[in-house]
Structure formats: C-alpha cells, structure tokens
Design a protein around this ligand. Structure first.
Ligand SMILES: C[S@@+](CC[C@H](N)C(=O)[O-])C[C@H]1O[C@@H](n2cnc3c(N)ncnc32)[C@H](O)[C@@H]1O
Length: 270
C-alpha cells in the first residue's frame, strides 16, 4: 500500500476513517488503525455491527431524501473511505441528476474519494478536503458553490462524524451554522455514538477510555443529539436507535439498541 500513501499522511496514529474501513471489512488501513479498532472492539464487542447498522442508516436516509423528499443535492461531511453504496450512488440510482459534495479531513479519504466517487453523467460529485470544525470554509469553498445551489434544498449528511468533535456545544454550533446556510426544505440526516442504552459498567469503561484518550468518539445523550435538530420537523420515528429509523427488516431481525450504541435521525428545515 506504500505507493498509495499520500504525502503528509500520518499512518502512525489511528484515524477514524481507516478504522471504520477496517471494521467494515475494507483494505485501507494501517497497523495503528487495526490496533485501535481491536482495542475498541474489546471494549464494545459489537462495534462492527454498529458500523454496519450506521452505514445502513446512511443508505436508508439518502434513499428517503432522494426518493420521497425530492432532494437532489447533498452535502456529505465525514465521507469515510469509499465503500459500497456511497451517498451519490444511492441518490443517483433514484435521481441521476443528483449532485453530491463530499467533505472529509483525512488525506487518505481524499486520495480514494477523488478516484472513486465518480458521478453519473447527469449528476456531479466533488470532494473537498476540509475540517468539519471550519463550516464557513466548507460553505464558501468554490467546489461547493460551483456544485450546489444553496437557494434550493440540500440534504446535509453528518453521519458518524459529530461525535469526533469532543465538545458538544461546539458540535451544536457547527450544525447550526451549516443549517443556517441552507434554505427551507433542506434536511439534516445525522447519527451519533451514545451510551444511553449501555449498562452502567459498560458506560463507565467507555468513559474511562475516553478520559485516557484511548477512545476518540464522544457519546451524546438523546437530549444532546436532539439539540442538533432544534427547529426541524422530525421525519418518521424521530430520534431512535439507528436500526429503528424507517427499518426495512422485521423487529426480531434488528439489533438491540445497546448493541449498536448509535442514534440516528432525519429532520426537515421548515
Ligand atoms: C466513522 S466514519 C463515517 C463515514 C460515513 N459518514 C459513514 O457513516 O459511513 C467518520 C468519518 O469522519 C471523518 N472525520 C472525523 N473527524 C472529522 C472532521 N473534524 N472533519 C471532517 N471529517 C472528519 C473521518 O475521516 C471519517 O472518514
């Protein structure tokens, strides 16, 4: 893999995109990512299931937005390494003219995204290397302004990324700033890691690992996650464990909330 390592990429520390790719069964990860992934798996043995269910939510949410909500423009921040059924593929399968701007802060994601996240002829995909903590830089980026018409509804996708902002108030401010730039009829689809359904023992272990800096994802409570959706009309069941949002399989096939430890929701800006 050495010939594909982009300049400036630090492979000595774990990065969320590569660790997530490892859990999803991909090939774009380094020893530090696998070590971190295995360590987290020991603390939360169903972490691979969490990753898969989170990814399945992303696909159901994008399908809903394209098919039922009439959204044909997407801003997907925290893209992840390309895998099966990326946002533009799901959207363009329903609405070929769909335009998707991807944003991530991992150079490895950038390398693969530019090569693999290629659009249908009718639509368009663009990739911006930027940090979610700089929403103004994202919103003003020429790749975004040339691709998305911010006078028409946009589907803002913040799936499994807000929990990498340690400070909840900062994350809430970022969501507010992004939504403020989008017109009425836009949507927010988001997920977050939570300990709301974990046993006190499990939650204590996770909090200890976070305090020690061994876990970089910061859990959010139901009330905190709800703050990202303040003022939005909630779609379907509202804020629910990720597998329960407009599910496509019967209840007995869906994992219990403590196994996924992820909330998901979609809201519409009035
Ligand atoms: C767990 S993956 C989720 C990928 C995809 N959204 C999904 O749910 O399948 C999290 C992604 O967020 C990116 N990320 C983490 N912190 C970020 C930040 N501050 N700015 C931009 N991207 C970030 C990581 O590089 C990674 O690709």
């Amino acid at each position: 893999m050495d010939d594909t390592i982009p300049a400036g990429l630090d492979t000595s520390t774990a990065h969320p995109a590569r660790r997530y790719n490892y859990w999803l069964g991909g090939t774009d990860h380094f020893p530090a990512d696998r070590e971190s992934g295995d360590m987290l798996e020991r603390a939360h043995p169903t972490v691979r299931l969490s990753a898969l269910e989170n990814r399945a939510f992303l696909q159901r949410a994008v399908r809903f937005l394209a098919e039922e909500a009439g959204v044909d423009q997407f801003l997907d921040i925290g893209t992840g390494l390309p895998s099966a059924n990326n946002t533009h593929e799901v959207a363009q399968r329903r609405v070929p003219r769909s335009r998707v701007v991807y944003v991530d802060n991992d150079p490895m994601v950038g390398l693969h995204a530019r090569a693999l996240l290629t659009s249908s002829p009718e639509g368009r995909t663009r990739y911006i290397e930027e940090d979610l903590r700089n929403p103004a830089a994202i919103l003003e980026h020429p790749q975004l302004t040339e691709t998305l018409d911010l006078n028409r509804p946009v589907g803002l996708i913040l799936v499994a990324v807000l929990h990498f902002i340690p400070d909840h108030a900062q994350a809430r401010g970022i969501v507010r700033e992004l939504l403020a730039a989008l017109p009425s009829g836009s949507y927010l689809a988001a997920t977050t890691f939570t300990l709301d359904h974990s046993s006190p023992e499990q939650a204590a272990i996770a909090r200890e690992m976070i305090a020690q800096g061994r876990v970089d994802a910061h859990p959010r409570t139901h009330a905190e996650f709800a703050e990202y959706f303040t003022g939005l009309g909630m779609i379907g069941p509202g804020i629910v464990p990720v597998s329960e949002w407009l599910p496509e399989v019967p209840a007995h096939q869906r994992p219990a909330p403590e196994l996924t430890a992820v909330y998901g929701a979609v809201g519409r800006k009035p």
